[in-house]
Design a protein around this ligand. Structure first.
Ligand code: NAD
Ligand code: 6OD
Length: 486
């Protein structure tokens, strides 16, 4: 039986009150281990350790030394690749073939990409003519923001946690991480790696627990936290924003989406099918950037739908270690209930079920797990809740459209604004449409193709702020202007 403890000041620590909760496998609901739940005392200890490290060894390191350490962390994750892979797949149930291509390599890369970008970014300087006929020089100077709270979700646990921890540490901050209660394993393991690489105690801290009345709320409410970076649901983002308002702490929020995919009749249909299959079904549809609304120009609608159904029927559900499996369970039985409630709602709202729509019979060994069928609907109205609300499951609604103007309006008719995918061989059209979409990220003839130097974030209710590349500097550092009279 595994035990997941907090990682505070370079040491694994149990909860003082002895409070723990179960970590269960979504594959078959078997017990993986017990997770210690942090109370205010553990959260306070973690924040104090982070503050001390900021003033002490970490704050005193040169940038070059800091970057060297972070590069070592990336290398060490890769050296312990199989352990991270095993831990991630155990917690999430996702196929190893997916985690070994996406989660773990990106988890490591996040420590390298940002340190290099940040080390090579200049600050501004302005010369000012002064009334006495002389001049003054203004020089920008960046300092770390302080102790950053990192609150992360369960869908890409290592990737999305290091995506924030990497730049935070590269900028000289220290962190207290609260991973999702569903996926404690890889964040806990990263503590060992930090110690092995010589990252000073207190720089990277982990507290486990839930959100409300638990570690998440205690952390975001803690006065020793200087800024909060969060990935998760929009509703949780609103609560965190309220907590951050006390003391005027800065926030970076990466929240939900209801992302459109737009298939024009001049697309390469096989490319569009292959990309849309990934954007709807990869990670069992649990990717914030995933497509849940597909708009297809009428001329290719029947062909596209038929090909999507053919490919969906080929998806292979199975255990993470099954080399042929490319489709795992949802994260938990609770999330399965939510997704299944939308499957039921789709029928009530008048959908035609093109494929899927239910809970599969996986046999005795797996029927206790959080499995659902990959699902495609047609025939819903634009105001159906299934078309408007984020489901975060392996499903999409496909609807025909006629004109470019019409599809732009349909795509933008949502409270969210995270991502969109456009499929067309006409580059002018792609740019024209892309510019008009209300989304932080637009992919053309691709999806989830990531260059870590680019801005990442959502518009509307999908988030606040941009991270990635130099954009992270705005959140993870304080920019000071030093004015020198000459
Ligand atoms: P969630 O909001 O339920 O939980 C995210 C994290 O917040 C967890 O660690 C949770 O314990 C914590 N939390 C919950 N309530 C809290 C509170 N009151 N105070 C402090 N912390 C609290 O989200 P989830 O279910 O883990 O993840 C799925 C959601 O995340 C989806 O909506 C998805 O779209 C979104 N997401 C967005 C992005 C992005 O980049 N925009 C990326 C991944 C996931
Ligand atoms: O690729 C990334 O940097 C990123 N933040 C991906 C988010 C995926 C959401 O599920």
């Amino acid at each position: 039986m595994k035990e997941f403890k907090h990682f505070i000041n370079g040491e694994y620590q149990a909860s003082k009150a002895g409070k723990t909760f179960e970590n269960r496998s979504p594959v078959d609901n078997s017990l993986i281990g017990m997770v210690h739940e942090a109370g205010r005392d553990e959260v306070d200890a973690a924040v104090q350790a982070a503050r001390a490290a900021l003033k002490g060894p970490w704050g005193k390191l040169t940038q070059a030394k800091r970057i060297e350490l972070l590069n070592r962390v990336a290398d060490r994750i890769n050296e312990r690749f199989d352990e991270f892979l095993e831990a991630e797949c155990l917690d999430t149930g996702k196929p190893r073939s997916i985690a070994s291509h996406i989660d773990i390599p990106r988890g490591a890369a996040n420590f390298k990409a940002f340190s290099e970008t940040l080390a090579n970014h200049p600050t501004e300087s302005f010369n000012l003519d002064t009334p006495d006929g002389k001049s003054a020089m203004n020089v920008g100077h960046r300092t770390p923001k302080g102790v950053i709270a990192v609150i992360s979700p369960w869908n890409l646990p290592l990737l999305l946690m290091t995506w924030k921890v990497g730049p935070a540490l590269a900028c000289g901050n220290t962190v207290v991480v609260k991973p999702s209660e569903e996926t404690p394993a890889t964040t806990t393991l990263l503590g060992e790696v930090m110690n092995e690489c010589g990252v000073p105690p207190g720089v990277f801290n982990v507290v486990h627990g839930f959100g409300p009345d638990s570690a998440g709320a205690y952390l975001t409410e803690h006065k020793g936290i200087d800024a909060i970076t969060f990935t998760g649901e929009t509703r949780t983002g609103e609560i965190i924003m309220q907590a951050a308002a006390v003391g005027l702490r800065n926030i970076s929020l990466e929240c939900g989406g209801k992302n459109p995919g737009i298939v024009f009749d001049d697309c390469d249909i096989e490319k569009a099918v292959e990309g849309t299959m990934r954007s709807v079904f990869v990670n069992c549809g649990q990717v914030c950037l995933g497509t849940e609304r597909v708009y297809v120009q009428r001329g290719v609608f029947d062909k596209f739908l038929a090909r999507m159904k053919e490919e969906t029927a080929k998806l292979k559900l199975g255990r993470p270690e099954d080399p042929d499996a490319n489709f795992g369970p949802l994260i938990s039985l609770e999330h399965r209930d939510k997704v299944a409630s939308y499957y039921k709602l789709a029928i009530e709202e008048g959908a035609t079920i093109e494929i899927g729509g239910g809970i599969p019979d996986m046999g005795d060994e797996l029927n206790g797990g959080a499995w659902v069928e990959p699902t495609i609907w047609t025939g819903l109205s634009d105001d159906a809740r299934v078309v408007r609300e984020e489901i975060f499951g392996p499903c999409c609604h496909i609807r025909p459209f006629d004109t470019e103007e019409e599809v732009i309006e349909l795509a933008n008719d949502t409270d969210y604004g995270l991502a969109a995918a456009i499929w067309t061989e006409n580059t002018s059209r792609a740019v024209r449409v892309g510019q008009q979409l209300e989304a932080g990220l637009v992919w053309v003839n691709s999806w989830f193709l990531r260059d870590l130097r680019t801005a990442f974030g959502g518009a509307k209710q999908s988030g606040i702020g941009r991270e990635g590349g130099v954009h992270g500097l705005e959140f993870y550092t304080e920019l000071k202007n030093i004015c020198i009279k000459l």
